[in-house]
Design a binder for this molecule. Structure first.
Ligand SMILES: Nc1nc2c(ncn2[C@@H]2O[C@H](COP(=O)(O)OP(=O)(O)OP(=O)(O)O)[C@@H](O)[C@H]2O)c(=O)[nH]1
Ligand SMILES: [Mg+2]
Length: 377
């Protein structure tokens, strides 16, 4: 799954790497500012991020700052109680609504849930046809009418049909454009109302689809939809086709909505749950030296320290020993030398059963015996 998101963020990562070809352990604030702007993180957010950081920034410091942007990635509402769980899909035209519906349907199906689609984009005949083709391809039932018919009626019928058949989920497609913006707002509001008449509480999730290639300009569009109907969360499509992946930071921060999934291709399989940690780490991998790329001494088998594997007493003892020797624990992978401010790598050597501090060329600067963690210094 990790590489899947990496694939989706390929262009964004390439852009960062082109701007800063040499990976490093720390980055200067000014250079970081340029890199983030390069990845289409909006200016306001870049300023906010930079403000909270020291002049030179290490991976962990930047991780902690970037991840905090995604605090709205709250646990998603899951189907419970009465069937079906109804999702209404909205967004401007071409954003990827219909394709994303197919992707969601396939995902739910693979999870063992039954799905029914509602073709409530009745504005264009081609839109109905497109969803019908997808329904056929992934083999799920669909409720549709002729072009120009009332989309609310389709939504109502889809929910009623799913209720009658005991289907787990309904996903409703909508038009991205009508004759006017006011028409669209009225229509979406009406669909929402009618869903509620077909089933109390429906639609359970109103999902806004945003085209990732639009970067930050998708934000105003999103705000307009948020005003029309109360959006619950976002799916960002076409991440594979853009170097503007950094816009996800601004989108999350500005809209204060969770990002449920990201689209990383045109096939029904190309939808992945959005994991902020993975996302931030993929960006950081483009800037900082990856742990595995760093030089480690060939003697003995080493791996990263997993501080979570230590008891809190052991960890305290390790910090104490490090401190006495002139180092501070920065993160589970790094320490800082108090005198020079240099960052060194912290690794476990399984052969000698020690925790070691490795210098830039892999030389062992200090080694602590694992058993000493259990004694009181
Ligand atoms: N590369 C890539 N293309 C995508 C992705 N999602 C959708 N697309 C493409 O974007 C185009 C528009 O997608 P649709 O699903 O038709 O968009 P829509 O929002 O339903 O558009 P309207 O019905 O016109 O409002 C299609 O060519 C899709 O194949 C994605 O994640 N990656
Ligand atoms: Mg469509």
């Amino acid at each position: 799954m990790f590489s899947f998101l990496k694939k989706g963020l390929k262009k964004t990562v390439e852009k960062i790497e082109a701007a800063a070809p040499k990976k490093r352990e720390k980055i200067d604030r000014d250079e970081l500012e340029d890199l983030l702007l390069e990845a289409d993180v909006s200016y306001d957010i870049v300023e906010k991020i930079i403000e909270s950081l020291p002049q030179t920034v290490n991976r962990l410091q930047l991780y902690n700052t970037l991840i905090s942007v995604f605090m709205y990635a709250t646990p998603k509402i899951e189907p419970h109680g009465e069937k079906p769980f109804v999702e209404l899909i909205v967004g401007v035209n071409g954003a990827g609504k219909t394709t994303t519906i197919a992707k969601l349907a396939l995902r739910y199906k693979k999870e063992g849930q039954s799905v029914l689609l509602g073709a409530a984009d009745t504005f264009r005949a081609a839109a109905i046809e497109q969803l019908k083709r997808w329904a056929e391809k992934i083999d799920v039932p669909i409720v549709y009418t002729k072009q120009g018919h009332d989309p609310s009626a389709v939504a109502y019928d889809a929910i009623s049909s799913a209720k009658a058949k005991g289907i787990d989920r309904v996903i409703i497609d909508t038009a991205g454009r009508l004759h006017t913006q006011a028409n669209l707002a009225e229509e979406l509001k009406k669909i929402v109302r009618v869903c509620g008449k077909a089933m109390e509480g429906a639609p359970h999730r109103k999902i806004l689809i945003l085209d990732g290639t639009q970067g930050n300009s998708a934000i105003n569009q999103a705000k307009a939809f948020k005003e029309m109907i109360d959006i619950d969360g976002i799916i960002i499509t076409k991440l594979d086709g853009t170097a503007k992946g950094g816009a996800l930071f601004s989108i999350a921060e500005e809209l204060k909505l969770p990002i449920y999934y990201v689209g990383v291709g045109e096939k029904a399989e190309d939808l992945i749950p959005f994991d902020p940690k993975e996302f931030v780490n993929t960006i950081l991998d483009a800037i900082f030296i990856e742990e595995s790329e760093k030089t480690v001494p060939s003697s003995g088998k080493t791996h990263n320290v997993d501080l979570h594997a230590l008891t809190s007493a052991q960890r305290q003892r390790l910090e104490q020993m490090l401190h006495e020797d002139g180092y501070d624990l920065l993160s589970k992978h790094f320490v800082k030398e108090q005198k020079s401010g240099e960052t060194y790598r912290l690794v476990v050597n399984d052969n000698s059963d020690t925790i070691e501090i490795h210098g830039p060329t892999g030389d062992i600067l200090k080694a602590y015996r694992a058993e000493d963690l259990d004694t009181n210094g």
